[in-house]
Design a protein around this ligand. Sequence first.
Ligand code: TIU
Length: 237
Amino acid sequence: MPHAHAPSVPAAPAPFPLDPGSAALVVIDMQRDFLDPGGFGESLGNDVSILRRTIGPLRRVLEATRAAGLPVIHTREGHLPDLSDCPPSKLNRGAPAARIGDPGPNGRILIRGEYGHDIIDELAPLPGEPVIDKPGKGAFHGTDFGALLAARGVSQLIVTGVTTEVCVHTTVREANDRGFECLVLSDCVGSYFPEFHRVGLAMIAAQGGILGWTAESADYLAALEVLGAGSRTASAP
Ligand code: TIU
């Protein structure tokens, strides 16, 4: 049965025309390696605690999106144990305290199958929710993300996760160039750098929405509420 139409989500630079029948929630890289001490994020010199502010709002968004029946797709950044999918340019960058593949308290840093590479318990994927393992910052590069979205008829992405100016931005740019409409939930994305977070969001919505839309998660949740009420009304005898 086709979904009823939700109202537009109040957003910048203009209301986002949410179409529940073609929208999916994307949760980007909410991995221990970025959010917990001892992982990749901290090895680059960052204070990881700042990212944890996204967990509460994102959890509410995840639960409401599942309840509304919209698809949920998770991503993880990471590499094969032999590092054959990690270009030397990435491996050698930044002179961090510990590099990708080095041992850390949560296992080898940013390596698939290690504890630190997996998604935090608070936002664990449900069985059946796709998890895209990506070697780069964008979700499309080197993955079947695009094919998966096409197979499901998805043309709108509700974008959440970390970090605002790196993997979220890269994914939004990739998606925007491929014709997807992206709504970034501003309190469900986070950066180690408050300034980059603020400007990163502004860059998306500037110039009439050059890369997409931005909104507070409360406004997205309110739209889902209306959708739920609508489908209850529709199915009433
Ligand atoms: N370093 C940083 O801000 N981010 C990343 O390396 N990856 C993601 O954003 N997921």
